[in-house]
Write a protein that binds this ligand. Structure first.
Ligand code: PMP
Length: 417
């Protein structure tokens, strides 16, 4: 396929024309939140200007049109990950999706196949974002289940031999990220899913950092549940998706209860709608869902294979430049060509705190993330408390990477180390 023309595509993103501190904005923080193209901004605005109404059961024309747009958006976003509309639950984001799953399982009745008993095991990995760690810590505390972790090698890859030992007859849930938001490594999720399914465990995948960058077919992957966030994939804030296999969603009790998720209600009890509505209590983020559908159409219009190729090219340019700069240490082995990645790198600047490095870069118009990126245990693993993360998207150019490299070369001299 043709390489993408990032210079042309940048015109779709008005914010990229901003000046920051007297410099052209070099936005290298898309792993935290992506920028939104005009079709996404327009879709939300058009909806609010012309069609805004609460969905489902409205007697008026706008309500019917809004319902159609909302349900079409569900089908579009589900299709983006290879799924059917009924397999997609709207959430407010990945954190909400993961908490929904953990709280639903925690609330399963003792007779449910999902119920956890003391001594049952929940397995996560040592490289998770806190959003895919803390809900499982809490679930373990509430149920008496034991939390275990698949460790990572020094190069950042997961230790699959250890995974094969850890995932066993007591394992009930295996929760893992598709792509690490710190390392950028694409994990061998097929193998983890196979290990989990051998022992009948439920699989939960965090697809936050893969959905915007790689083609995804969740049903083909065979994962039971997966989450993603709209704002990381060129869509609006406040909307995300929970994908679930039909049998799994069917077995899950609701997490939040209230309006829009019931069939009949008496003063004493209620009957619940089937999935996905069972998990959508209250008024949903209708405009954002319509915006997210525009975002995935935009991504699909360019093509995820082409996006991945472009971002991999940028990441390789970044890696090759960073390893040449004295005192820069990349998190995860920078020499392995065999590890598949998305377009981001995190690094430590020897003798300079990540926050100082971030401010130095910001003064030159370069936006990066500093801190532990909500993955404190992974930073502890590498003996640092914080790092600098530069993450790319389809709208970044080799010039952006070169601006970063030029600036990073100046950090340690500036701070006199
Ligand atoms: N998982 C990963 C891998 C992430 O990168 C993020 C966002 N930093 C999240 C989960 C949480 O996403 P959100 O804050 O949109 O809920």
């Amino acid at each position: 396929a043709d390489p993408i023309d990032a210079v042309r595509l940048r015109e779709d993103f008005p914010i990229l024309a901003e000046q920051v501190n007297g410099h052209r904005l070099v936005y290298l923080d898309s792993a935290a939140t992506s920028q939104r193209p005009l079709p996404v901004l327009d879709a939300e605005r058009d909806f609010l200007e012309h069609t805004n109404a609460a969905v489902h059961r409205g007697a008026h024309t706008l309500a019917a049109e809004a319902t159609d747009l909302f349900e079409d958006a569900r089908a579009t976003v589900a299709g983006f990950v290879g799924a059917d509309a009924e397999q997609l639950v709207w959430t407010s984001g990945a954190t909400m999706g993961l908490n929904l799953v953990a709280y639903s399982i925690g609330g399963a009745s003792a007779s449910s196949s999902l119920a956890l008993r003391p001594g049952d095991e929940i397995v996560t990995t040592a490289i998770e974002h806190h959003a895919n760690l803390i809900p499982w810590q809490e679930l373990a505390l509430r149920t008496g289940a034991v939390l275990r972790h698949i460790p990572a090698h020094d190069d950042g890859t997961l230790d699959l031999a250890a995974a094969a030992e850890i995932i066993g007859p007591r394992t009930r849930i295996v929760a893992f990220t598709h792509v690490s938001n710190v390392l950028g490594i694409i994990n061998p999720v097929e193998e983890i899913i196979a290990l989990a399914h051998q022992v009948g465990a439920l699989t939960v995948m965090d697809a936050c950092q893969s959905a915007p960058h790689l083609p995804l077919d969740l049903p083909a992957l065979g994962v039971d549940l997966a989450v993603f966030s709209g704002h990381k994939m060129m869509g609006p804030y406040g909307v995300g998706g929970l994908y679930g296999r039909a049998e799994v969603l069917e077995a899950m009790p609701p997490f939040l209860t209230g309006g829009s998720m019931i069939t009949t209600v008496t003063l004493d009890r209620a009957e619940y709608l089937p999935p996905p509505q069972r998990f959508e209590a209250g008024t949903q983020p209708i405009g954002p869902a319509i915006g997210l559908a525009a975002a995935v159409r935009y991504l699909d219009g360019i093509g995820l294979e082409r996006i991945h190729a472009h971002e991999t090219m940028l990441a390789e340019r970044m890696r090759a430049g960073l390893v040449e700069i004295p005192g820069i240490r990349l998190l995860g082995d920078p020499s392995t060509g065999s590890v598949e990645r998305v377009g981001l790198w995190s690094f430590d600047v020897e003798g300079v705190h990540a926050h100082d490095a971030g401010q130095f870069l910001d003064a030159r118009g370069i936006a990066v993330r500093v801190g532990h990126h909500c993955a404190a245990p992974l930073h502890t693993r590498y003996g640092v408390t914080a790092s600098v993360r530069a993450s790319t998207a389809l709208y970044n150019t080799p010039d952006d990477v070169d601006a970063l490299l030029d600036a990073v070369r100046g950090i340690r001299p500036y701070f006199g180390v």
